[in-house]
Design a protein around this ligand. Structure first.
Ligand SMILES: [Zn+2]
Length: 478
């Protein structure tokens, strides 16, 4: 049996065999290789690029994908009169906090290019970490409906790799739908976790660990300019994902132009903002290319984050009230559902109509919106809906975030200016009044306030379970 070595940018080594599922692997950390990687640029580049190429070309997905497409009769869900002629690009910036975009009133000019986009929403991510969140982004379903989440009472990402449940077999993804519609599919990620839920749903993908935004942008240019074929490109950027030090450390360097926020206080927030400024500039250059090549008018571009990132905001509340098996609080993502972890921007550009609104949306809206923009009529069920659909501006639409990666399960339900955070095992039933308490500092525990939102959450989960059972019965009796 051939074993495959994969090197992460931290110097961890993942070992797995082609016959094993990609996440069913062992992790070892030999000290001498970590030191070699951290001390030598050449060694680190060789260590990361070569396994990546091998990994890409030895995937079994080229065999899995056609049988998957045969087993789900997608074309019967699509109106045969649908003939989309627009390219689709989705750029997901991992760990992209909405609050750090300068257009939201942030004190640094982090995102002058993204600020210039006219069709921009604040969105609630469907999950606070990558695996379930990307699955939601590309299926239009919440994690409890698509099924790609961690099993078990106490979650701890990466320690029990068998606990990663796959997407339910009947759930279809945007790459599959677009493949059936004749699109050429490209999936390029700098974070492997983004691809794992899509295994066998994409005919091939490219994984480029530690590669910066500009390198992934170059691959997008190569994909999008291929003849007259319609292209779907998914890019998942890792520049904002911790550890951020890597970007101005020995392996890769942010150009000096993007160190404008560095001063004496090279703290986490400063590093994050520099990386964000760099990503903004890389996306701007990509748009320059699309515009110069006259591709922008023929392309729907989506820019969003799979989740945000906590930079210490709720450390005290978390350590006092929530269990985390790592024993660390207040940083990163996956562990809780406070605003900095689940609020992301959702931007549409290219061949899209103008839309100015301050309504709150969800990342489960991406798939139905894309199908709406490329004018595909269908009978698929999505939890999301097109953000361009005409809706009642006074409507109080409940938006959900769930499927945590650390500790006990926590769910957030945002309805108007109220937000519920619920964790049964932590004993938490909190509501925040977002008008009076936008930073979510003062939880309301009065049952008169919490009960209606908790009832609404339970009703949504119950109704969805009933619908899933009805659909399963229908599939087995057809
Ligand atoms: Zn992520």
């Amino acid at each position: 049996m051939t074993f495959l070595l994969q090197f992460s940018r931290r110097g961890d080594i993942f070992i797995f065999a082609p016959t094993m599922s990609s996440h069913n692997r062992a992790r070892i950390q030999p000290g001498w290789i970590r030191k070699l990687i951290s001390r030598s640029n050449v060694a680190s580049l060789l260590a990361t690029r070569l396994p990546s190429l091998y990994y890409y070309y030895t995937r079994k997905d080229k065999q899995l994908f056609p049988s998957r497409i045969r087993s789900v009769d997608l074309s019967s869900f699509i109106d045969p009169s649908s003939h989309p002629n627009l390219n689709v690009i989705i750029i997901t910036v991992d760990s992209l906090r909405n609050a750090n975009l300068s257009c939201t009133g942030y004190f640094r000019q982090t995102t002058p290019f993204l600020d210039s986009m006219n069709v921009r929403f604040k969105a609630i991510s469907a999950s606070p970490w990558t695996y379930p969140s990307v699955a939601s982004l590309l299926t239009g379903l919440y994690p409890h409906n698509h099924g790609a989440l961690l099993h078990g009472l106490v979650k701890n990402i990466g320690t029990d790799l068998d606990s990663y449940a796959p997407l339910r077999s009947h759930v279809v993804s945007l790459p599959e739908i677009l493949h059936v519609l004749g699109y050429r599919i490209h999936f390029h990620t700098a974070i492997e976790m983004a691809y794992l839920p899509l295994r066998s749903r994409v005919i091939a993908h490219q994984y480029s660990p530690i590669e910066p935004a500009e390198t992934l942008s170059r691959s997008l240019k190569r994909c999008i300019q291929r003849g007259d074929e319609r292209q779907f490109v998914y890019l998942h950027l890792a520049d904002l994902h911790s550890p951020l030090k890597i970007w101005h450390g020995t392996i890769l360097k942010i150009p000096n132009d993007y160190k404008e926020f560095f001063g004496r206080d090279e703290n986490w927030q400063t590093m994050y903002d520099n990386a964000l400024r760099y990503v903004d500039a890389a996306i701007e250059r990509l748009f320059d290319y699309l515009s110069d090549s006259r591709l922008l008018d023929r392309t729907v571009v989506v820019i969003t984050g799979d989740h945000g990132e906590e930079l210490g905001e709720h450390a005290e509340l978390e350590s006092a009230h929530f269990y985390d098996p790592r024993g660390s609080y207040g940083s990163g993502h996956g562990h809780n559902v406070f605003r900095e972890i689940i609020e992301v921007p959702l931007i549409f550009a290219g061949a899209v109509p103008a839309k100015v609104t301050d309504s709150l949306v969800s990342t489960v809206d991406v798939v139905p919106t894309v199908l709406d923009l490329i004018q595909v009529s269908h009978r698929f069920h999505f939890d999301g809906r097109s953000v361009f659909a005409n809706t009642d501006p006074k409507e109080l639409r409940p938006l959900l975030c769930e499927a945590c990666g650390y500790g006990y399960e926590k769910k957030a339900l945002v309805v108007g200016h109220h937000k519920l955070i619920y964790s049964k095992e932590d004993g938490i039933e909190w509501v925040f009044n977002l008008n009076k308490d936008p930073l979510e500092r003062c939880p309301i525990t009065d049952p008169q306030v919490t009960s209606p939102l908790l009832d609404m959450l339970q009703l949504i989960l119950r109704e969805d379970e009933r619908r899933r059972i009805r659909e399963a019965i229908r599939r087995t009796t057809v």
